[in-house]
Design a binder for this molecule. Sequence first.
Ligand code: GUN
Ligand code: ZN
Length: 446
Amino acid sequence: NESVIGITSVFKGAFVHSTHTSPMDILENFILGVSEAGKIVFIEGAYEQENLAKRWGFRNTDITHLKDWEFFIPGMVDTHIHASQYSYMGTGLDMPLLQWLNTYTFPAELKYKKTEFAEEVYNKVVKRTLKNGTTTACYFATIHTDSTLLLGEIADKIGQRALVGKVCMDINNTVEEYKETTEESVEETKRFISTLLQRKYPQVKPIITPRFVLSCSDKLLKDLGFIAKNNDLHIQSHISENTEEVQIVKEMFPDCTSYTDVYNKYNLLTNKTVMAHGCHLTDKELDIFNQRGAAISHCPNSNLSLCSGLLDVRNVLKHKVKIGLGTDVSGGYSPSMLDAIRRALDTSKALTIQTSGYETLTYKEVFRLATLGGSQALALEDTIGNFEVGKDFDAVLVSPSIPDGPFDVFAGDTFEVVVEKFLNLGDDRNMVEVYVAGKKVVPFKE
Ligand code: GUN
Ligand code: ZN
Protein backbone atom coordinates (compact mmCIF):
# COMPACT_ATOMS: atom_id res chain seq x y z
CA ASN A 1 0.00 0.00 0.00
CA GLU A 2 1.48 3.29 -1.19
CA SER A 3 0.06 5.42 1.62
CA VAL A 4 2.12 3.56 4.24
CA ILE A 5 5.41 4.48 2.53
CA GLY A 6 6.51 7.70 4.20
CA ILE A 7 8.07 10.20 1.80
CA THR A 8 10.86 12.01 3.63
CA SER A 9 12.15 14.29 0.88
CA VAL A 10 10.98 15.64 -2.45
CA PHE A 11 13.33 17.49 -4.81
CA LYS A 12 12.34 19.52 -7.84
CA GLY A 13 14.84 20.53 -10.52
CA ALA A 14 17.26 18.87 -12.96
CA PHE A 15 18.50 15.28 -12.71
CA VAL A 16 21.34 14.01 -14.91
CA HIS A 17 21.91 10.26 -15.16
CA SER A 18 22.72 7.32 -17.42
CA THR A 19 20.49 4.45 -18.48
CA HIS A 20 21.03 1.32 -20.53
CA THR A 21 19.85 3.10 -23.66
CA SER A 22 21.39 6.54 -23.13
CA PRO A 23 24.79 7.47 -21.69
CA MET A 24 23.37 10.75 -20.39
CA ASP A 25 19.78 11.86 -19.90
CA ILE A 26 19.12 15.37 -18.64
CA LEU A 27 15.74 15.47 -16.93
CA GLU A 28 14.95 19.16 -16.53
CA ASN A 29 12.17 20.33 -14.24
CA PHE A 30 11.58 16.88 -12.77
CA ILE A 31 10.38 15.92 -9.34
CA LEU A 32 11.91 13.06 -7.30
CA GLY A 33 10.69 11.56 -4.03
CA VAL A 34 12.74 9.64 -1.46
CA SER A 35 11.27 7.25 1.11
CA GLU A 36 12.17 6.92 4.76
CA ALA A 37 14.24 3.89 3.78
CA GLY A 38 16.28 6.11 1.43
CA LYS A 39 14.83 4.73 -1.79
CA ILE A 40 13.68 6.60 -4.87
CA VAL A 41 9.89 6.29 -4.90
CA PHE A 42 9.07 8.40 -7.95
CA ILE A 43 10.79 10.51 -10.60
CA GLU A 44 8.44 12.30 -12.97
CA GLY A 45 8.08 15.47 -15.00
CA ALA A 46 6.87 18.36 -12.83
CA TYR A 47 3.55 18.39 -14.72
CA GLU A 48 2.75 15.35 -12.54
CA GLN A 49 3.31 17.33 -9.34
CA GLU A 50 -0.35 17.58 -8.26
CA ASN A 51 -1.02 13.88 -8.94
CA LEU A 52 2.13 12.84 -7.11
CA ALA A 53 1.35 15.04 -4.13
CA LYS A 54 -2.08 13.48 -3.83
CA ARG A 55 -0.88 9.94 -4.36
CA TRP A 56 2.07 10.13 -1.92
CA GLY A 57 0.64 12.56 0.55
CA PHE A 58 3.13 15.42 0.52
CA ARG A 59 2.43 19.17 0.40
CA ASN A 60 3.90 21.65 -2.06
CA THR A 61 5.70 23.26 0.88
CA ASP A 62 7.58 19.97 1.45
CA ILE A 63 9.36 20.33 -1.89
CA THR A 64 13.03 21.36 -2.00
CA HIS A 65 13.57 23.48 -5.12
CA LEU A 66 16.98 23.35 -6.78
CA LYS A 67 18.44 26.78 -7.57
CA ASP A 68 19.33 28.11 -11.03
CA TRP A 69 21.71 25.78 -12.88
CA GLU A 70 21.83 23.30 -10.00
CA PHE A 71 21.40 19.63 -10.80
CA PHE A 72 21.71 16.20 -9.22
CA ILE A 73 23.99 13.46 -10.57
CA PRO A 74 24.05 9.91 -9.17
CA GLY A 75 26.76 9.42 -6.55
CA MET A 76 29.97 8.33 -8.27
CA VAL A 77 31.37 4.83 -7.80
CA ASP A 78 35.13 4.43 -7.25
CA THR A 79 35.60 0.78 -8.21
CA HIS A 80 39.24 0.61 -7.06
CA ILE A 81 41.01 2.62 -4.37
CA HIS A 82 43.70 1.77 -1.79
CA ALA A 83 42.60 3.57 1.40
CA SER A 84 45.98 2.79 2.96
CA GLN A 85 47.93 4.44 0.14
CA TYR A 86 46.18 7.77 0.72
CA SER A 87 48.97 8.74 3.15
CA TYR A 88 51.47 9.19 0.30
CA MET A 89 49.07 10.21 -2.48
CA GLY A 90 50.69 12.59 -4.95
CA THR A 91 54.24 11.32 -4.44
CA GLY A 92 56.56 8.57 -5.65
CA LEU A 93 55.32 8.04 -9.20
CA ASP A 94 58.78 7.81 -10.75
CA MET A 95 59.12 4.09 -11.40
CA PRO A 96 57.20 1.15 -12.85
CA LEU A 97 54.71 -0.95 -10.88
CA LEU A 98 56.80 -3.74 -9.33
CA GLN A 99 59.62 -1.40 -8.25
CA TRP A 100 57.04 1.13 -7.01
CA LEU A 101 55.37 -1.52 -4.83
CA ASN A 102 58.65 -2.49 -3.17
CA THR A 103 59.98 1.05 -2.80
CA TYR A 104 56.94 3.01 -1.64
CA THR A 105 53.86 0.87 -1.20
CA PHE A 106 54.83 -2.06 1.00
CA PRO A 107 56.82 0.07 3.49
CA ALA A 108 53.85 2.48 3.72
CA GLU A 109 51.28 -0.29 4.19
CA LEU A 110 53.33 -1.84 6.98
CA LYS A 111 52.50 1.18 9.17
CA TYR A 112 48.86 0.08 9.46
CA LYS A 113 49.86 -2.50 12.03
CA LYS A 114 49.17 0.45 14.33
CA THR A 115 45.44 1.17 14.45
CA GLU A 116 46.02 4.79 15.57
CA PHE A 117 47.78 5.52 12.28
CA ALA A 118 45.01 3.73 10.37
CA GLU A 119 42.35 5.73 12.16
CA GLU A 120 43.86 9.05 11.12
CA VAL A 121 44.38 8.15 7.47
CA TYR A 122 41.10 6.27 7.01
CA ASN A 123 39.04 9.16 8.42
CA LYS A 124 40.78 11.49 5.97
CA VAL A 125 40.38 9.28 2.87
CA VAL A 126 36.70 8.57 3.50
CA LYS A 127 35.97 12.28 3.99
CA ARG A 128 38.08 13.36 1.03
CA THR A 129 36.45 10.95 -1.41
CA LEU A 130 32.92 11.52 -0.09
CA LYS A 131 33.18 15.29 -0.48
CA ASN A 132 34.42 14.69 -4.02
CA GLY A 133 31.19 12.86 -4.79
CA THR A 134 32.28 9.23 -4.31
CA THR A 135 29.24 7.75 -2.60
CA THR A 136 30.49 4.17 -3.11
CA ALA A 137 34.12 3.11 -2.78
CA CYS A 138 35.65 -0.32 -3.30
CA TYR A 139 38.62 -0.28 -0.92
CA PHE A 140 41.85 -2.20 -0.49
CA ALA A 141 43.14 -1.70 3.07
CA THR A 142 46.25 -3.68 4.21
CA ILE A 143 46.96 -7.16 5.57
CA HIS A 144 46.01 -5.98 9.09
CA THR A 145 42.57 -7.19 10.16
CA ASP A 146 41.93 -4.74 13.01
CA SER A 147 42.88 -1.68 10.96
CA THR A 148 40.74 -2.93 8.10
CA LEU A 149 37.77 -3.40 10.43
CA LEU A 150 38.36 0.19 11.51
CA LEU A 151 38.04 1.32 7.87
CA GLY A 152 34.62 -0.35 7.74
CA GLU A 153 33.61 1.34 10.98
CA ILE A 154 34.75 4.76 9.72
CA ALA A 155 32.94 4.43 6.36
CA ASP A 156 29.78 3.50 8.26
CA LYS A 157 30.17 6.36 10.74
CA ILE A 158 30.78 9.04 8.10
CA GLY A 159 28.15 7.53 5.81
CA GLN A 160 29.92 6.23 2.71
CA ARG A 161 28.79 3.05 0.97
CA ALA A 162 31.81 0.75 0.77
CA LEU A 163 33.23 -2.63 -0.03
CA VAL A 164 36.19 -3.17 2.27
CA GLY A 165 38.98 -5.67 1.70
CA LYS A 166 41.63 -7.08 4.03
CA VAL A 167 44.58 -7.59 1.69
CA CYS A 168 45.97 -11.14 1.36
CA MET A 169 49.60 -11.81 0.40
CA ASP A 170 51.77 -14.74 1.47
CA ILE A 171 54.67 -14.91 -1.03
CA ASN A 172 57.35 -12.76 -2.69
CA ASN A 173 57.56 -10.21 0.08
CA THR A 174 60.52 -7.90 -0.21
CA VAL A 175 59.75 -5.78 2.82
CA GLU A 176 60.53 -7.51 6.09
CA GLU A 177 57.36 -8.02 8.17
CA TYR A 178 54.90 -7.06 5.43
CA LYS A 179 53.78 -10.61 4.76
CA GLU A 180 51.54 -13.27 6.28
CA THR A 181 51.77 -17.02 6.29
CA THR A 182 49.16 -18.78 4.17
CA GLU A 183 47.35 -19.92 7.27
CA GLU A 184 47.33 -16.47 8.87
CA SER A 185 46.02 -14.94 5.67
CA VAL A 186 43.13 -17.41 5.45
CA GLU A 187 42.25 -17.35 9.16
CA GLU A 188 42.44 -13.56 9.38
CA THR A 189 40.27 -13.25 6.27
CA LYS A 190 37.65 -15.42 7.96
CA ARG A 191 37.87 -13.36 11.14
CA PHE A 192 37.60 -10.14 9.14
CA ILE A 193 34.49 -11.30 7.27
CA SER A 194 32.64 -12.72 10.24
CA THR A 195 33.38 -9.67 12.43
CA LEU A 196 32.37 -7.16 9.76
CA LEU A 197 29.16 -9.06 8.94
CA GLN A 198 28.26 -9.31 12.64
CA ARG A 199 28.33 -5.54 12.92
CA LYS A 200 25.49 -5.30 10.38
CA TYR A 201 26.51 -1.97 8.85
CA PRO A 202 23.77 -1.21 6.32
CA GLN A 203 26.05 0.04 3.50
CA VAL A 204 29.44 -1.57 4.25
CA LYS A 205 30.30 -5.05 3.00
CA PRO A 206 33.45 -7.21 3.03
CA ILE A 207 35.26 -8.15 -0.18
CA ILE A 208 37.76 -10.99 -0.67
CA THR A 209 41.09 -9.41 -1.63
CA PRO A 210 44.05 -11.44 -2.93
CA ARG A 211 46.55 -8.65 -3.76
CA PHE A 212 47.51 -10.12 -7.17
CA VAL A 213 48.91 -13.39 -8.49
CA LEU A 214 52.52 -12.38 -7.74
CA SER A 215 51.73 -12.05 -4.01
CA CYS A 216 49.66 -15.20 -3.51
CA SER A 217 50.52 -18.90 -3.30
CA ASP A 218 48.38 -21.55 -5.06
CA LYS A 219 46.99 -22.62 -1.71
CA LEU A 220 45.99 -19.07 -0.76
CA LEU A 221 44.26 -18.40 -4.09
CA LYS A 222 42.44 -21.69 -3.80
CA ASP A 223 41.25 -21.08 -0.22
CA LEU A 224 40.14 -17.52 -1.00
CA GLY A 225 38.13 -18.73 -4.00
CA PHE A 226 36.51 -21.29 -1.73
CA ILE A 227 35.67 -18.75 1.02
CA ALA A 228 34.16 -16.36 -1.53
CA LYS A 229 32.04 -19.09 -3.03
CA ASN A 230 30.79 -20.47 0.28
CA ASN A 231 29.77 -17.04 1.55
CA ASP A 232 28.67 -15.50 -1.78
CA LEU A 233 31.16 -12.64 -1.36
CA HIS A 234 32.55 -9.98 -3.65
CA ILE A 235 36.13 -10.45 -4.90
CA GLN A 236 38.73 -7.88 -6.01
CA SER A 237 42.30 -8.05 -7.24
CA HIS A 238 44.67 -6.69 -9.91
CA ILE A 239 45.20 -8.14 -13.38
CA SER A 240 47.45 -7.45 -16.40
CA GLU A 241 48.49 -4.01 -15.25
CA ASN A 242 51.95 -3.97 -16.78
CA THR A 243 53.85 -6.24 -19.15
CA GLU A 244 56.58 -7.27 -16.69
CA GLU A 245 53.89 -8.51 -14.29
CA VAL A 246 52.14 -10.45 -17.08
CA GLN A 247 55.45 -12.12 -18.02
CA ILE A 248 56.13 -13.22 -14.42
CA VAL A 249 52.62 -14.71 -14.10
CA LYS A 250 53.29 -16.73 -17.27
CA GLU A 251 56.46 -18.10 -15.71
CA MET A 252 54.73 -18.86 -12.38
CA PHE A 253 51.88 -20.73 -14.08
CA PRO A 254 53.23 -22.38 -17.25
CA ASP A 255 50.16 -24.63 -17.42
CA CYS A 256 47.70 -21.75 -17.46
CA THR A 257 46.88 -20.21 -20.83
CA SER A 258 46.72 -16.65 -19.46
CA TYR A 259 46.64 -14.39 -16.39
CA THR A 260 42.83 -14.57 -16.53
CA ASP A 261 43.03 -18.35 -16.65
CA VAL A 262 44.86 -18.37 -13.28
CA TYR A 263 42.08 -16.47 -11.47
CA ASN A 264 39.45 -18.49 -13.31
CA LYS A 265 41.04 -21.75 -12.23
CA TYR A 266 40.78 -20.74 -8.56
CA ASN A 267 37.11 -19.65 -8.77
CA LEU A 268 38.10 -16.03 -8.39
CA LEU A 269 36.30 -14.81 -11.52
CA THR A 270 32.61 -14.52 -10.70
CA ASN A 271 29.77 -12.07 -11.36
CA LYS A 272 30.81 -10.35 -8.11
CA THR A 273 34.48 -9.96 -9.13
CA VAL A 274 36.14 -6.67 -10.03
CA MET A 275 39.70 -6.75 -11.38
CA ALA A 276 41.72 -3.54 -11.57
CA HIS A 277 43.52 -2.42 -14.75
CA GLY A 278 43.44 -5.20 -17.38
CA CYS A 279 45.52 -3.02 -19.74
CA HIS A 280 47.09 -6.01 -21.48
CA LEU A 281 44.22 -8.51 -21.58
CA THR A 282 43.73 -10.35 -24.88
CA ASP A 283 40.40 -10.75 -26.68
CA LYS A 284 40.30 -14.37 -25.46
CA GLU A 285 40.70 -13.23 -21.87
CA LEU A 286 37.93 -10.64 -22.31
CA ASP A 287 35.70 -13.47 -23.56
CA ILE A 288 36.34 -15.32 -20.27
CA PHE A 289 35.45 -12.16 -18.32
CA ASN A 290 32.23 -11.96 -20.31
CA GLN A 291 31.36 -15.61 -19.69
CA ARG A 292 31.96 -15.30 -15.97
CA GLY A 293 30.24 -11.93 -15.62
CA ALA A 294 33.41 -10.51 -14.05
CA ALA A 295 34.21 -6.79 -14.29
CA ILE A 296 37.14 -4.48 -14.97
CA SER A 297 38.03 -1.35 -13.04
CA HIS A 298 39.66 1.13 -15.41
CA CYS A 299 42.18 3.27 -13.50
CA PRO A 300 43.54 5.69 -16.09
CA ASN A 301 45.44 8.05 -13.77
CA SER A 302 47.37 5.12 -12.32
CA ASN A 303 48.01 3.54 -15.72
CA LEU A 304 49.54 6.80 -16.98
CA SER A 305 51.37 7.67 -13.73
CA LEU A 306 53.10 4.27 -13.50
CA CYS A 307 53.47 4.02 -17.32
CA SER A 308 51.57 0.72 -17.14
CA GLY A 309 49.56 0.85 -20.37
CA LEU A 310 46.52 2.29 -22.13
CA LEU A 311 43.35 0.27 -21.57
CA ASP A 312 41.20 0.06 -24.71
CA VAL A 313 37.80 0.68 -23.10
CA ARG A 314 36.06 0.54 -26.49
CA ASN A 315 37.27 -3.04 -26.94
CA VAL A 316 36.16 -4.00 -23.42
CA LEU A 317 32.68 -2.62 -24.18
CA LYS A 318 32.62 -4.53 -27.51
CA HIS A 319 33.21 -7.74 -25.53
CA LYS A 320 30.27 -6.82 -23.27
CA VAL A 321 32.44 -6.94 -20.17
CA LYS A 322 31.22 -4.84 -17.21
CA ILE A 323 33.48 -1.84 -16.62
CA GLY A 324 33.70 1.06 -14.16
CA LEU A 325 36.31 3.68 -13.25
CA GLY A 326 38.76 3.68 -10.35
CA THR A 327 41.14 6.26 -8.91
CA ASP A 328 43.62 3.60 -7.75
CA VAL A 329 44.93 5.97 -5.10
CA SER A 330 47.94 6.12 -4.89
CA GLY A 331 49.16 4.57 -8.14
CA GLY A 332 46.77 7.28 -9.29
CA TYR A 333 47.48 10.66 -7.70
CA SER A 334 43.92 11.99 -7.52
CA PRO A 335 41.13 10.93 -5.13
CA SER A 336 38.48 12.46 -7.41
CA MET A 337 36.27 10.52 -9.80
CA LEU A 338 36.07 13.68 -11.93
CA ASP A 339 39.79 13.21 -12.49
CA ALA A 340 39.17 9.55 -13.41
CA ILE A 341 36.59 10.76 -15.98
CA ARG A 342 39.10 13.22 -17.48
CA ARG A 343 42.02 10.76 -17.56
CA ALA A 344 39.76 8.12 -19.15
CA LEU A 345 38.98 10.60 -21.91
CA ASP A 346 42.70 11.45 -22.30
CA THR A 347 43.52 7.75 -22.60
CA SER A 348 40.85 7.25 -25.24
CA LYS A 349 42.23 10.24 -27.14
CA ALA A 350 45.80 8.86 -26.92
CA LEU A 351 44.49 5.62 -28.47
CA THR A 352 42.78 7.70 -31.15
CA ILE A 353 46.11 9.35 -32.02
CA GLN A 354 47.77 5.91 -32.26
CA THR A 355 45.04 4.02 -34.10
CA SER A 356 43.44 5.13 -37.34
CA GLY A 357 39.65 4.89 -37.31
CA TYR A 358 39.50 4.53 -33.50
CA GLU A 359 36.13 5.46 -32.04
CA THR A 360 36.98 7.88 -29.22
CA LEU A 361 34.89 7.63 -26.05
CA THR A 362 32.51 10.54 -25.52
CA TYR A 363 32.33 12.48 -22.26
CA LYS A 364 28.81 11.11 -21.84
CA GLU A 365 30.01 7.51 -22.12
CA VAL A 366 32.71 8.18 -19.54
CA PHE A 367 30.14 9.76 -17.21
CA ARG A 368 28.21 6.49 -17.50
CA LEU A 369 31.36 4.53 -16.54
CA ALA A 370 31.72 6.66 -13.39
CA THR A 371 28.13 6.03 -12.29
CA LEU A 372 26.01 3.24 -13.81
CA GLY A 373 29.08 1.35 -15.11
CA GLY A 374 30.62 1.38 -11.65
CA SER A 375 27.44 0.03 -10.09
CA GLN A 376 27.46 -2.83 -12.61
CA ALA A 377 31.16 -3.51 -12.03
CA LEU A 378 30.50 -3.91 -8.29
CA ALA A 379 27.34 -5.99 -8.86
CA LEU A 380 25.33 -3.26 -7.12
CA GLU A 381 23.24 -2.21 -10.10
CA ASP A 382 19.99 -3.19 -8.38
CA THR A 383 20.75 -0.73 -5.57
CA ILE A 384 22.68 2.22 -7.09
CA GLY A 385 23.99 3.76 -10.33
CA ASN A 386 21.18 6.04 -11.53
CA PHE A 387 17.83 7.56 -10.52
CA GLU A 388 15.57 4.64 -11.35
CA VAL A 389 12.61 4.07 -9.04
CA GLY A 390 13.42 1.43 -6.42
CA LYS A 391 17.13 2.26 -6.16
CA ASP A 392 18.71 3.98 -3.17
CA PHE A 393 19.01 7.76 -3.45
CA ASP A 394 22.82 8.12 -3.70
CA ALA A 395 23.34 11.54 -5.23
CA VAL A 396 25.49 14.65 -5.55
CA LEU A 397 23.92 18.09 -5.70
CA VAL A 398 26.02 20.10 -8.14
CA SER A 399 26.01 23.89 -7.94
CA PRO A 400 27.79 25.18 -11.05
CA SER A 401 27.70 28.93 -10.45
CA ILE A 402 29.16 29.32 -6.97
CA PRO A 403 31.14 32.47 -6.11
CA ASP A 404 34.85 32.13 -7.07
CA GLY A 405 34.16 28.63 -8.40
CA PRO A 406 36.35 26.68 -10.82
CA PHE A 407 34.42 27.69 -13.98
CA ASP A 408 31.88 30.20 -15.26
CA VAL A 409 28.34 29.83 -16.56
CA PHE A 410 26.93 32.29 -19.09
CA ALA A 411 23.36 33.23 -19.88
CA GLY A 412 23.41 31.53 -23.29
CA ASP A 413 24.60 28.17 -21.90
CA THR A 414 22.32 25.15 -22.15
CA PHE A 415 22.01 22.66 -19.31
CA GLU A 416 23.98 20.18 -21.38
CA VAL A 417 26.84 22.64 -21.79
CA VAL A 418 26.87 23.34 -18.04
CA VAL A 419 27.06 19.61 -17.26
CA GLU A 420 29.96 19.21 -19.70
CA LYS A 421 31.77 22.19 -18.13
CA PHE A 422 31.31 20.65 -14.67
CA LEU A 423 32.68 17.27 -15.77
CA ASN A 424 35.74 18.88 -17.38
CA LEU A 425 36.36 21.76 -14.96
CA GLY A 426 34.38 21.26 -11.76
CA ASP A 427 35.62 20.13 -8.37
CA ASP A 428 34.43 19.49 -4.83
CA ARG A 429 33.52 23.16 -4.35
CA ASN A 430 30.64 22.52 -6.75
CA MET A 431 29.44 19.46 -4.81
CA VAL A 432 27.39 21.27 -2.22
CA GLU A 433 25.51 18.24 -0.86
CA VAL A 434 26.09 14.49 -1.05
CA TYR A 435 23.49 11.85 -0.20
CA VAL A 436 23.88 8.13 0.51
CA ALA A 437 20.72 6.03 0.82
CA GLY A 438 18.68 9.22 1.22
CA LYS A 439 20.81 10.60 4.09
CA LYS A 440 22.71 13.85 3.67
CA VAL A 441 26.36 12.95 4.41
CA VAL A 442 28.04 16.12 3.03
CA PRO A 443 28.32 18.66 4.62
CA PHE A 444 29.68 16.32 7.30
CA LYS A 445 27.64 15.67 10.43
CA GLU A 446 30.09 17.01 13.05
N1 GUN B 1 49.31 -4.67 -7.97
C1 GUN B 1 49.49 -5.27 -6.78
N2 GUN B 1 49.37 -4.39 -5.76
C2 GUN B 1 49.11 -3.21 -6.33
C3 GUN B 1 48.88 -1.90 -5.79
O1 GUN B 1 48.90 -1.66 -4.59
N3 GUN B 1 48.65 -0.91 -6.70
C4 GUN B 1 48.61 -1.14 -8.03
N4 GUN B 1 48.37 -0.12 -8.86
N5 GUN B 1 48.84 -2.34 -8.56
C5 GUN B 1 49.08 -3.36 -7.72
ZN1 ZN C 1 45.36 -1.00 -7.14
